[in-house]
Ligand binder design. Structure first.
Ligand SMILES: [Zn+2]
Length: 88
């Protein structure tokens, strides 16, 4: 009896010994979000320090800063004689 299971895998490379091994995309997502340690086939431990959510939060904060700067420029152009307001 044959059982065919379709599953997506991603390649990981051990940061200690360099062995390349596959883990499922689902597992990778969960260990990355939880920043949980995982092991290569030779037993070396590693973990992600930045989750996808962390990356997106940083990107949003960066874009918020750009929007604030552009709003300040627009405000200044609309009313050049207005006093400067302190910014964070
Ligand atoms: Zn290893």
């Amino acid at each position: 009896m044959k059982l065919l299971i379709e599953k997506e895998f991603v390649a990981e490379e051990c940061i200690t010994c360099g062995v390349i091994f596959g883990i499922s995309s689902d597992l990778r997502y969960h260990i990355k979000e939880a920043k949980r340690p995982f092991f290569c086939p030779n037993g070396h431990s590693m973990s992600y320090t930045v989750s996808e959510a962390d990356k997106l939060r940083k990107e949003i904060a960066s874009r918020d800063g750009i929007i604030r700067d552009q709003d300040a420029i627009i405000k200044k152009l609309k009313n050049p004689k207005a006093k400067k307001t302190p910014t964070k």
